[in-house]
Write a protein that binds this ligand. Structure first.
Ligand SMILES: Cc1ncc(COP(=O)(O)O)c(C=O)c1O
Length: 377
């Protein structure tokens, strides 16, 4: 059996090596490293794939979130509501810009932002909501859009973990994660569902004016060459990364199918086990399984991790600490016990290997190793 990795970028590369190598060599031969034709091509391909009017590539997912907030003109003191159960970048950029992160708890089944909690957190200072489509499944976007309409708020979707997932509206129509709110953000970090071979990110919007402002902000706040009307940043997607992404975008749906195959295998093995809760299937979204995350019950998690390691099965805890208990974000406004769902999840979740190259032999070894430990504990 091949070594099991949490993410198998080498195995994936080997399957697409000829196309990737040519794409990279083309950029080098043209020495079009910055803003080369591959970037424009990728932008257009992604617009088509997502069904969104404007894609603005940038340097990473964190920048995508920061630039979005800058382009919307959010000002220090403005409140931005987001989830307590996410990767730190979501709240980090809010804090960096001097905005006030207002954290709320999540739904225990989907792990996504709790809509009733968002509603309770809205004040006269609230300017935006940042839902995170965690682990590959969309948050309740139609409920959030309705809240945004009523309270005149912006929605910035953090779709860093959910590119390619569909949100399914009540009438059955679908839209891609990141294209429903005023702005959507994604990351092309190598381990992401659409990952490049370095850092990368993109911002999506259907609003032409916002798209213009985002393009200005990512380019040093420059409106006309060397005329800077705004304070901006330098956030570009390298041409080599864009060329790689052009190849991988063509495979994205196939990759989601492979991830779903692994997820179904896991769920079939674990469903019904009283000590393991398998990921809930949210009816309003397809799932692209950025992560396959179990909730454990009455299990010593460090011991489970050690047992799996002894069987050469990697596993990770996404995430071990809720945002409101992270040292840098401690705030008299919040204390332990404020977000009971997130706090319980941080103590009980475990994510299993998830990538496009997992085969049945590996999945069998992973599931039997987990069950061996669980059934004897
Ligand atoms: C939910 C979420 N938001 C933001 C980011 C930041 O993306 P990046 O690492 O490309 O800056 C990530 C990934 O790392 C993420 O998972």
């Amino acid at each position: 059996m091949n070594k099991i990795n949490m993410v198998d970028l080498k195995g994936q590369y080997e399957n697409i090596k000829p196309e990737i190598d040519i794409a990279i060599a083309d950029v080098i031969n043209a020495t079009a490293f910055i803003n080369g034709p591959a970037v424009k091509e990728f932008q257009e391909n992604l617009e088509k794939y997502l069904g969104v009017k404007h894609v603005i590539p940038c340097a990473n997912g964190t920048d995508a979130l920061q630039v979005s907030m800058m382009a919307l003109g959010l000002k220090p003191g403005d409140e931005v509501i987001t989830t307590d159960f996410t990767f730190i970048a979501t709240a980090e950029v809010i804090a960096l810009l001097g905005l006030t992160p207002v954290l709320v708890d999540v739904d225990p089944d989907t792990f996504n932002i709790d809509i009733a909690a968002v509603e309770r957190a809205i004040t006269s200072k609230t300017k935006a909501i940042v839902p995170v489509h965690l682990f590959g499944q969309c948050a309740d976007m139609d409920a959030l859009m309705e809240l945004a309409r009523i309270h005149d708020l912006f929605i910035i979707e953090d779709a860093c973990q959910a590119i390619g997932a569909d949100f399914i509206f009540a009438d059955g129509s679908r839209r891609k994660a990141g294209t429903i709110g005023h702005i959507g953000c994604t990351s092309f970090f190598p381990s992401k569902n659409l990952g490049c071979y370095g850092d990368g990110g993109a911002i999506f919007t259907n609003d032409a004016e916002l798209a213009h402002q985002i393009r200005v902000v990512v380019n040093h706040g420059m409106t006309v060459r060397y005329y800077h009307d705004y304070i901006g940043v330098n956030s570009r997607l390298d041409s080599i990364q864009a060329a790689i992404l052009n190849v991988k975008l063509r495979k994205l749906d196939e990759y989601a199918t492979a991830r779903n195959f692994a997820a179904s295998y896991y769920t079939k093995a674990f469903a019904g086990n009283s000590k393991l809760r398998v990921p809930a299937k949210y009816p309003k979204s397809t799932h692209v399984f950025h992560q396959y995350t179990l909730v454990t019950k009455d299990i010593d998690r460090p011991e489970l991790l050690a047992f799996l390691a002894s069987r050469d099965v990697p596993a990770m805890i996404y995430y071990p600490v809720p945002l409101h208990l992270q040292k840098a974000y401690l705030n008299p406004r919040y204390r332990e016990g404020d977000f009971p769902v997130t706090e319980a999840l941080c103590k009980s979740v475990i994510s299993l290997p998830m990538h496009t190259e997992l085969n049945e032999e590996q999945l069998q070894h992973i599931t039997s190793s987990v069950l061996e430990f669980v059934n004897q504990s």
